[in-house]
Write a protein that binds this ligand. Sequence first.
Ligand code: C6P
Length: 414
Amino acid sequence: MTGNSNTRFDVQQVRGDFPVLAREIRPGIPLTYLDSAATSQKPETVIQAMSTYYQENNANIHRGIHKLAEEATLAYETAREKIARFINAPAADQLIFTRNTTESINLVAYSWGRKYLSAGDRILLTEMEHHSNLIPWQLIAGELDLVLDFIPVTSEGNLDLDVYHDLLKKNPKLVALTHMSNVLGTINPLKEIIRNAKSVGAITLVDGAQSVPHFPVDIANLEVDFYAFSAHKMCGPTGIGALYGRKDLLENMPPFLGGGEMIKRVELRSFKANDIPHKFEAGTPAIAEAVGFGAAVDYLLEIGMDRIEEHEKLLTNYTLEKLLDVPDLTVLGPPAEEKGGVVAFYIKDIHAHDVAQILDGDGIAVRAGHHCAQPLHTKFNLPATTRASMYLYNTIEDIDRFIAGLQKVRDIFK
Ligand code: C6P
């Protein structure tokens, strides 16, 4: 891997870092992996970091005073520091390890929401949310009798910011939205949205599941209150994610789960909660996964997030251009300049699942369905779409195979 300069990186070299990409799906049929929005593949360095941790350092953390326990604790906390730096969080103790983006958002809904929201309060979401940033708020709204409002999505796949300004006049307590849509690929103008939310005193939460893996994210610059993301979409392992939170908010929130590690002192009928971030990390955490998460961040930094962003832009532009040649195919979302490497589409009179199945026959992995954004599909009157999503290891040849696969789909159904 070359350093973090402006020159493009060597994609073939990057591909060599990911063992699974060498696989043949069927004899003579290579893997064309275009499903990284669901989960990314893992480089050897991440797999190795986790394996080495188990082989050489495995122990429980923050408890033991023996050598292995000290090493494991250091590995876990070093990973936290790396990940906090990666998103330019002001301090590592504002970075809580969770299981994934979903759990991060649930943590805010149950801990912050239960303490600070009450009947009649409004929460402002958008129509493009993944279910993970929708159901927790539906649940808490049902429990506390809250009102949910939604920023509409325009037919081009952008948020209708005029309506947003109107909805802000209703004084929502929370504005919660995705940084990048996992269906439309839309990258929302967060800086402006957050500034406006703050002007009416709303707390802001951003779902960063599709952004942190793909372009540089600067928490300090965004001035966001909560930011959630998952390791498994950014070359890291499954089973671990993170929640960044504003310090004063985290310090004043009650624990989400109770148990070991999250306490300072316990009596039979009461306890004193630990300091952040440990207050929110009850029980033995995913230690090896934290180590893998840290290694994933090292890997991405080695290549450079701006170069990854540039590479994906190139692939997205190329894909959108080539898709124009496929008859009866409609792509959802804004034009290439305004979107990330996610391309969801439908072909007239052909079901999304049939498209995905035929592509799979040629070793091309895409996702079909509502992608956990069912209300968005309902809005566009579609039961399902097929989605190709890209990452740093994809090539122009991957896209060419994908386009050829779509032509084959058309031929079969003609
Ligand atoms: N989207 C997709 O195929 P978890 O599962 O908690 O790591 O991430 C949930 C999540 C939250 N927000 C957005 C915008 C997402 O895209 C996802 C995960 C995957 O689109 C799996 S459903």
